[in-house]
Design a protein around this ligand. Structure first.
Ligand SMILES: [Zn+2]
Length: 351
């Protein structure tokens, strides 16, 4: 197992959505006992020392489902989800997370830093439940309590489409993060409610206006769970130097996204991309944020990953590359998990 490897805690993956989309007759069993196609499963996590991270509950775009997974839609004759379907899809992904923990003593849903530390010691996979895009909460705000009670501790109020909560972010490349209006009144109210409940509020999919609207509301650290440096890759999902400065001032964190289109300076969806470009972003972020406020935000199972990295097993190559660039052991430890645990403690255990 992974006794001698560095524990890795990561800001974002879409494994739950992949399980939900899977046509395998028992994807939960496949995740626990076999090898599922995709970037991660329990065996690979344990081999490489992947201690856990944020597992997103995510509503895939309707047109994507209609084209690639029509069996997942109740009614294929319509051109959008009903609210009931949206809620059902998100609850089904929550149920998958619960099944993982019920059917494997090596997987746990974590709601505190102590839980995550316990998982690291016990070599269990730590799941922090994250909601990516809050459409499920549009008609029934009380549903937030249902998800919270089930362990949800992080939320990205917006995704790449307009919703009741804000403008969403959908732009070509290159494009400034300034893509239009930010949060609606409902969006601001949702963020205030999430902050009251001490949920992490993720700015990763926010345009610039929504980012600043959120910064104004939050007293807690600002966190971008899976975004990169705009100066190195001018993609609207990445963060400008001014935004990085605000994240630093809030004692927040940026998790580096491994999607090649968010890393490469030309924005190309080209997997023939060396993993060194991940280090370039890390180092740029460290210039603005210092060593204490950067981590990983892989986006495994939701991102186009470099051939060199390939899947979660590539994390060992990434750590070797950090050593080759003479990162100290302390810095590697901070990036791999310590910084994430610190910022989560600041948010979840705030008094
Ligand atoms: Zn995302």
């Amino acid at each position: 197992m992974y006794i001698d490897t560095m524990p890795i805690f990561d800001g974002h993956n879409d494994a739950l959505t992949r399980l939900w989309l899977s046509d395998d007759h028992d994807p939960v069993d496949a995740f626990i006992h076999q090898q599922l196609p995709g970037h991660l499963d329990l065996n690979r996590c344990q081999k490489v020392g992947f201690a856990g991270g944020f597992f997103a509950i995510f509503l895939p775009p309707f047109d994507y489902l209609k084209q690639h997974h029509p069996n997942k839609l109740l009614d294929q004759g319509v051109d959008n989800f009903t609210q009931q379907q949206i809620e059902q899809i998100c609850l089904q992904q929550l149920d998958l997370a619960q099944q993982l923990t019920q059917r494997s003593s090596n997987i746990q849903i974590c709601t505190s830093v102590e839980d995550i530390e316990h998982c690291i010691t016990e070599r269990k996979l730590a799941i922090v439940l994250h909601m990516e895009g809050a459409e499920a909460l549009q008609h029934d705000p009380e549903l937030l309590d249902v998800f919270y009670d089930a362990g949800l501790r992080s939320i990205g109020p917006l995704w790449n489409r307009p919703s009741q909560f804000g403008h969403g972010l959908n732009a070509g490349f290159p494009h400034s993060p300034n893509t239009g209006p930010g949060l609606t009144a409902e969006g601001k109210a949702l963020i205030a409610r999430c902050a009251d409940k001490k949920l992490l509020v993720d700015v990763s999919h926010m345009n610039e206006r929504a980012f600043w609207d959120t910064a104004e509301i939050l007293a807690q650290p600002i966190v971008a769970t899976h975004s990169n440096a705009y100066r190195l890759c001018p993609q609207a999902r990445n963060l400008t130097d001014t935004q990085l400065k605000a994240i630093y001032d809030s004692q927040g964190l940026v998790g580096v996204n491994f999607d090649v289109a968010f890393l490469r300076s030309d924005g190309q969806r080209n997997t023939d991309t060396p993993i060194e470009v991940i280090l370039d972003h890390l180092e740029y972020l460290i210039l603005y944020l210092g060593e204490e406020h950067v981590g990983f935000g892989s986006d495994f199972d939701g991102a186009l990953i470099s051939n060199e990295l390939n899947d979660i097993m590539g994390m060992s190559k990434l750590i070797s590359a950090m050593q080759q660039r003479n990162y100290s052991d302390q810095l590697i430890e901070k990036i791999c998990f310590k910084n994430w645990l610190k910022v989560l403690q600041r948010i979840w255990a705030a008094t």
